[in-house]
Each structure stands twice: as C-alpha cells, then as structure tokens.
Design a protein around this ligand. Structure first.
Ligand SMILES: [Zn+2]
Length: 321
C-alpha cells in the first residue's frame, strides 16, 4: 500500500527555513521557480522550505509515536538527532556493544530491528561493508503555489534585544545595552507532497524479506501514519516556531492510498484535487486496482484530521495496520 499526500497551507510571517546569518541578518531560504506570464516563461526567486526541514519534522513525531507503541527507537533518534547508524560508533548501540556483523544483511537487520526511525526513514552506513537503506517516505520542498508565487514575499523585520540598564557602568567595556537584528520573514501559500511506501517498512532492502513479525510491522506502519497526521495537525515543522509560528493554516489537502506507487498531482497547480481524482479513476480502471482518495471539503471531510481518520479506518479494514 502506497500513500501520497498533497497539501496547501497558508503561512503569514514565517521563518521556517533560515539558511545563513551574515552579521545580524538571518536570511530565509529562496529557490528559483518557473512562472509563465504573457506567454513568456520566467524564472523568479521565491521563499521555500526544504524537504530536509520537513523530513526532520516528520521523524520527530515518528520517534514519539513509535515509543508510544512500545517499539524500539535508538537514543539519538529519540532525542531528535537523526545522525543514524552512519558508522561503527553510531551503529554500536543496535548490537548492544557487541562486534558489528560482517554480513550486510545481518547489519541491516540489526539496525532495522532496533530503531523504527531508521527502518522508516532509512540510513547510510559508511562502514565496511557500506549499506544504504532508502527511506520509505519521500518529501518535496514546500514551494509557493503557481497562482500565488509572484505575490509571495520575503521581507526583513527589525528586532531588538535589550540588556538591563541597571548597573550598566559596572559592566565590561563594549557590553551593548541593545542589539538590533533582522530576520527575513516569508509569506506565501505553500504546497508540498509527501509519499509513504507502507510496504517497505520492516522489510529488508537487501533481501526483500521481512525483518520483523507481521504484528511488529503493522505497529510500525501505524506509527508512520500517525506521525504524518500529527505533523500536519500540529503544524510543527520548520524552524523558529517559538517566536515566528506562522499564522494561517491548511487550505486544501488530498490523501491517496493505492496498491502500487502513485503520487498526487502537485499542489502547486490549480485543481490538483480534481486532477488527482481523474488520474486515480484511470489507474483503477486500467490496472484493476483499488484506489482511495480523500479530499478535504469533499464527502463530509471537514478537517484534515477527518481525512486521516478515514484513511486509518480503511487501512485497518484491509489489515494493513
Ligand atoms: Zn535511530
């Protein structure tokens, strides 16, 4: 079973993805973007949030949900430090301090068993032998939607940090009472895509065979879906949320469940919900596959949470989770 999510959200005054600080100026990520106007194709620069940033925001609730389901999660992933089993030092915990196995299959199996986050999110072990486990989920950058891209804005905002004025004369020379700094904020309607291959969870990428029992695999799939729902519902993605929590919210959402890989139409395009539905109808007919499509605002789905709850019921019925 393959899940695909397309989502649009409005973010007013956000600093979700800062890329560099020069002096007292923090710069927002910006990327080249194609727009068409008056029969001309142009490239403009727009604010963006990287896939790495959203990936991090997904794996944090994944560690939390996995632990809530009594699954094994390594110390660093529990802390939200996703260095993963990149070498012998970081992989050691998964083997309880024993020598690491020499066979790639045994190494992968040991790591996957001991950490749900590394099972779902993949890892790259650069030891001998090197092992690459591809992530079961894929995520795009969040980019302004096409119709709105030219209106998306980046603007520096002035802020000041004040020191206490009391006893100022006693302080060392050069201690500033006030420091001004600029944070470049973005405002846009963003869209991004998130895919999740449920069938890759708990399976060896090397042998294609299950590494865990079917019950454990179901439990990990549940954690993988719940953490996606949690990320969308909580809006806990991106940086600087403590003082620049974006105002706005989810404008539209499409969630699909298919037997084979299928990606929703990109939410940067208008009518992406209808196009996704049309494409799915064709796939369902031509390949005789059962496809599910949950669209916010349709079939009684009033909130994003409704879409996830429908999906979870469906997957339960199918014995997938
Ligand atoms: Zn881990």
């Amino acid at each position: 079973m393959f899940l695909s999510l397309g989502i649009r959200f409005e973010a007013n005054v956000e600093a979700m993805n800062m890329v560099e600080t020069t002096g007292n100026y923090s710069k927002h990520r910006r990327v080249p973007y194609i727009i068409e106007s008056e029969n001309l194709v142009k490239i403009i620069y727009v604010p963006a949030v990287s896939g790495e940033s959203i990936d991090n925001a997904y794996q944090e609730p994944l560690a939390m949900e996995a632990r809530a389901e009594d699954q094994s999660v390594c110390t660093l992933c529990t802390r939200g430090e996703f260095l993963k089993s990149m070498d012998q030092v970081y992989a050691k915990e998964k083997f309880d301090g024993r020598d690491l196995p020499k066979e790639p299959e045994e190494l992968e199996q040991g790591i996957v068993k001991k950490c749900t986050v590394e099972d779902v999110g993949g890892f790259l072990y650069a030891g001998k032998p090197p092992i690459k486990r591809t992530s079961a989920f894929q995520v795009s950058y969040a980019l302004p939607i096409k119709n709105f891209a030219v209106y998306s804005m980046l603007e520096p905002q002035l802020h000041a940090r004040h020191a206490q004025l009391r006893d100022v004369e006693k302080r060392e020379e050069g201690a500033a009472e006030q420091m001004i700094y600029y944070v470049e904020i973005g405002t846009a309607i963003y869209g991004f895509v998130f895919n999740l291959d449920l069938m890759a969870i708990g399976m060896s990428a090397l042998t294609g065979k299950p590494v865990l029992s079917i019950d454990e695999i179901r439990s990990r799939r549940r954690a993988a879906i719940k953490s996606l729902a949690r990320m969308v519902s909580s809006g806990q993605f991106g940086a600087k949320l403590s003082r620049f929590f974006p105002l706005g919210g989810i404008r539209s959402l499409v969630l699909t469940a298919t037997d084979k890989p299928f990606t929703v139409t990109s939410p940067i395009y208008e009518k992406y919900e209808e196009t996704t539905l049309k494409r799915l109808e064709k796939i369902s007919k031509e390949f005789s596959e059962e496809c599910k499509c949950y669209i916010l605002g349709k079939d009684g789905l009033e909130t994003p949470e409704d879409a996830f709850s429908k999906l979870i019921s469906y997957l339960r019925e199918k014995d997938i989770i």
